[in-house]
Design a protein around this ligand. Structure first.
Ligand code: KG4
Ligand code: ZN
Length: 355
């Protein structure tokens, strides 16, 4: 067998992602094709993800997207050697759709399955970039549900250094944005609004900045944003939040919020690099798309001779490519728990350092 073909299925939240990765006998895995359907438009009306709607939409999308990635790379279902799917963490119903389709394909094709940890997918996604990292490195995982600093010594060798004790960084973006009347998911919208604001205009806390450990806390920041909106008389006042006359002050609040989140992420990442003595950091997860975070981290790390690696921008948020890639890297490292049993099991809560 010259190279193995891995089909990756991501369905943990509000994105259905499919991808095909080729794993040669020697050398790095190659992404052949990937396709994504985002449910953002569907959930926007509700201001957040509605789990039941998410599952139903995944059911509609998975098979057509699988056909699309196969035809784009000139392959057919029978060419697939391993079916990889996101086993967790995520929404139980949404995960079960990906797991169910993976089990059905595996049984029909007599091919093994590989359940992948969603965060491992994010963590390894920079290996698909033009400037892939080398082990070991510090990883800053910043998604909608997780904020973690890890020491990564190789595939499957992950040591948790610190994590959020309450809200994740993405959640802090999303909840603050919602309070400001911005659409879901708030991170990119808040970031766009912040670009015209003054980041020093509002005094906001930098939670746990001096906690002496590598943990984070973002719940207090969201409460402080709320308090400022109460003082302005704009809390839950859609007409005030949408009033163009108030836009400059709202932009100041957005800029101040973004700066507070980014400052904590950058300082804690630098502290993790210092405590581990490592000279390389990888940023992964949706918040990794944030422009200010990238600028500040690049600047701080350049001064200290530290290399920073990111996934390609379009692979920062959820996608199937990172799931197929993580499976390929596990196979390559001889660490893949392949199964031919249609286990149909998922892990909505799953600790990355426990795998
Ligand atoms: O990794 P991801 O796609 O999904 C999870 O696994 O949670 O991350 C989604 C999160 C959301 O909270 C979203 O608002 C945030 O990433 N995000 C951003 C940006 N793009 C996405 N946050 C700040 N700035 C951005 N440009
Ligand atoms: Zn994610």
């Amino acid at each position: 067998m010259s190279e193995r073909l891995i089909l990756g299925i991501e369905s943990s939240c509000d994105e259905t992602g499919l991808a095909l990765v080729a794993l040669p006998q020697t050398g790095a895995p190659r992404l052949l094709s990937h396709a994504l359907h985002s449910q953002i438009d569907m959930h926007q009306a509700y201001g957040g993800v509605v789990p039941e709607l998410a599952s139903r939409d995944h059911i509609r999308r998975v098979v057509p997207l699988a056909r699309q990635v196969l035809s784009e790379s000139g392959k057919c279902m029978a060419d697939v050697d391993v079916v990889a799917y996101t086993r967790g963490p995520g929404l139980a119903g949404a995960l079960l759709v990906g797991a169910g389709v993976a089990c059905a394909l595996g049984a029909a094709l007599s091919k093994p399955l590989l359940g992948v940890h969603h965060l491992e997918g994010h963590l390894l996604s920079p290996f698909l970039s033009a400037d892939p990292p080398e082990f070991p490195f510090v990883a800053l995982l910043v998604s909608g549900g997780h904020t973690q600093l890890m020491r990564v010594d190789g595939v499957g060798r992950y040591e948790l250094l610190g994590e959020t004790v309450d809200d994740a960084a993405g959640e802090a973006f999303d909840k603050s944005a919602k309070l400001m009347g911005l659409p879901y998911p708030g991170g990119p919208h808040l970031s766009r609004l912040a670009s015209s604001g003054n980041p020093g205009a509002f005094d906001l806390p930098r939670p746990m900045l001096h906690s002496g450990n590598l943990d984070f806390s973002f719940a207090g920041l969201k409460t402080a944003v709320r308090t400022h909106l109460v003082r302005l008389g704009w809390l839950d006042q859609a007409d005030q939040l949408a009033d163009p006359a108030n836009a400059p002050v709202l932009a100041d609040l957005a800029a101040s919020t973004q700066t507070a989140i980014v400052e904590v992420l950058v300082k804690k990442s630098l502290a993790a690099l210092k405590s581990t003595g490592l000279k390389r950091v990888v940023v992964a997860g949706g918040v990794g798309a944030n422009k200010l975070l990238r600028e500040q981290l690049d600047r701080s790390c350049a001064k200290r001779g530290i290399r920073v690696h990111y996934p390609e921008l379009h692979l920062c948020t959820d996608n199937g490519a990172m799931i197929a890639l993580a499976a390929a890297m596990r196979l390559q490292a001889g660490q893949a728990n392949l199964t031919t049993e249609p286990t149909f099991d998922v892990k909505p809560r799953w600790d990355l350092s426990a795998i």
